[in-house]
Ligand binder design. Sequence first.
Ligand code: ZN
Length: 292
Amino acid sequence: MNKTYTRKIEDLMPVELQFHLLGEGSPKVFFSGGIHGGETTGIYVTQRMVDFLETNKLLKGSVKVLPVANVPAFRRLQRTSPYDELDLNRIFPGNKESTPSMAIADVIWEEAKDADYIVDLHCCGLWGSSYTLAMYEEFDHARELAKMLDIPAVIQSGGTRGQLFTEASHSGIPAVIIELPGGGPAGIIDIEAAKQCFQALLNLLRLLEMLPGEARIPESAFYGKLEPIRATRDGVFLPMVQPGSPINKDDMLGMLGNEQVLAPFDGIAIAVRPACYVFKDAGLAHVAPRTT
Ligand SMILES: [Zn+2]
């Protein structure tokens, strides 16, 4: 049985979180978007998932979807809430007696904590590429969920506490983030990345035997933690690899003025800045070392 319902958080301005519960029973899957309000590609994917599942009669088990988790931040297409400037993805499990963001975290945690799987969708900026972020080194359950997602790269999380997926992982719930290109103050949606992510989520539901149809067995590569490559001086940066490209140690990632910017190890360039003027210490790329 499908239903849509809202939960209101009382404040000077009411905040209404809209949850969509599609199907019933187990397994229970929780998809969320917009924990950071400007991360619009993830919001778009969750909304398409609601549209799809509302008209699908073949779902076994239940999928709960929260497309816009941080409603006040979404209205400004920004990361944090204008009410209290808190980062919603640092304060789980929240506290209903505290600030608006703390109360939102409390409601989301209450709705998510009985899930068997949690996939939280985010954006990694306009020059990023899609990846799954998981505490796969610490938790086998997180590794198993990451393996079921047909997203080419899995990155080890730094494990910062207070994130929905890290708190869930510590509570024994398989939980990951999928980072997607897009977002920013212009609310840009990367449609191609959204389509791939949507298919990856449908494929997950098939692998869990919640939807009929042939499931693809993903072959994602696993990487260590992301590391920034920073400009050593002011200049013009000209990239020479695309975001999402595999890299080998000493590959040229780009030129900074007449200086080569080299890959520090074998791995992947998850994000690469487009051609632009940069100043010393600006981030030029995010890279992660290959672990498998
Ligand atoms: Zn985010």
